[in-house]
Design a protein around this ligand. Structure first.
Ligand SMILES: *[C@@H]1O[C@H](CO)[C@@H](O)[C@H](O)[C@H]1NC(C)=O
Ligand SMILES: *[C@@H]1O[C@H](CO)[C@@H](O)[C@H](O)[C@H]1NC(C)=O
Ligand SMILES: *[C@@H]1O[C@H](CO)[C@@H](O)[C@H](O)[C@H]1NC(C)=O
Ligand SMILES: *[C@@H]1O[C@H](CO)[C@@H](O)[C@H](O)[C@H]1NC(C)=O
Ligand SMILES: [Cu+2]
Length: 250
């Protein structure tokens, strides 16, 4: 914990407000730990459902890397060694450590199924994700709404950095990778100025149904640097946001 705070402070001093990461995942009354970038300095590192990433600066993946493996689950990520146990249809809460208010943009969730042997030793390039949720602008905003108030990031910050994700109903029991992501767009008027903050978490769906995930795609094919939702000016009173990536799984 101490290390994390030191790192956060250093990032702050370098001129950018502290970013965050998913520190806890709450599922069915149990609290699990996400991957804390400070775990890198602990021996042995705690075994958690959050995927390990080499992200000690709590930084981001830029558009020039959107076709590279780092976009899948953050920089040099490898699978987490534990699972969040949930039933299909249940609502889990992702608790971020913090988030800067200027870093407006969409919050998107994807899901991929793991092979029968589970998620812990998979090759991340084999994950085929479907998009299960996406939110960006708040309902009811007008072109006069200030850019800081127009985005659901504002609600997220006022909810103490909590984000809720519903595990799809009727999903078959088995193991899955949840890919949760915030794309910060405060500098996205510049090509290569968007910032992706993906966070991956292993889920063990303990009771479920028969609606298997089909039609998923690798995360390296989600976004292009020139997509309208990636290379975009968020300061001009927009009331409609063109979500990047695949459409919602239905
Ligand atoms: C982690 O990142 C640091 C700093 O960018 C780099 O020096 C190191 O080689 C990286 N390690 C791995 C395992 O990717
Ligand atoms: C925005 O503000 C202007 C000036 O105050 C007003 O005339 C206009 O109706 C407002 N537009 C919306 C969509 O609320
Ligand atoms: C999840 O639960 C929270 C409160 O416990 C609720 O506010 C939220 O709307 C729920 N979200 C979903 C996606 O079901
Ligand atoms: C998932 O949960 C089920 C039911 O509790 C359990 O039997 C199974 O071992 C768990 N799988 C993993 C990979 O932890
Ligand atoms: Cu920043």
């Amino acid at each position: 914990m101490l290390l994390t705070h030191v790192i956060t402070l250093l990032v702050g001093v370098r001129g950018c407000a502290a970013h965050g990461f998913v520190q806890y995942i709450d599922g069915e009354g149990i609290r699990y730990r996400g991957y804390d970038p400070g775990f890198r300095f602990q021996t042995p590192a705690p075994e958690v459902p959050g995927w390990y990433a080499n992200n000690t600066d709590i930084g981001f993946v830029p558009p020039q890397s959107f076709q590279d493996a780092d976009i899948i689950c953050h920089k040099s990520a490898v699978p987490g060694h534990d699972y969040v146990n949930v039933q299909a249809g249940s609502n889990i809460t992702l608790q971020w450590l913090t988030w800067p208010e200027s870093h407006v943009g969409p919050i998107i969730d994807y899901l991929a199924s793991c092979p029968e042997r589970g998620c812990i030793d998979i090759d991340k390039k084999d994950l085929h994700f479907v998009k299960i949720a996406q939110q960006a602008l708040k309902p009811g905003i007008t072109s006069n709404t200030s850019w800081l108030k127009a985005w659901v990031i504002d609600d997220f910050i006022h909810r103490d950095f909590k984000w809720h994700v519903q595990v799809p109903d009727n999903l078959p029991a088995g193991t899955y990778v949840l890919r949760h992501e915030i794309i910060a767009l405060h500098s996205a008027w510049d090509v290569n100025g968007a910032q992706a903050y993906p966070q991956c978490i292993n889920l063990n769906v303990t009771t479920g149904g028969s609606r298997r995930i089909t039609g998923g795609v690798p995360a390296t094919s989600f976004y292009g640097a020139e997509d309208p939702g990636i290379h975009i000016n968020v300061y001009n009173g927009m009331t409609d946001y063109p979500f990047p990536g695949p459409g919602l799984w239905s």
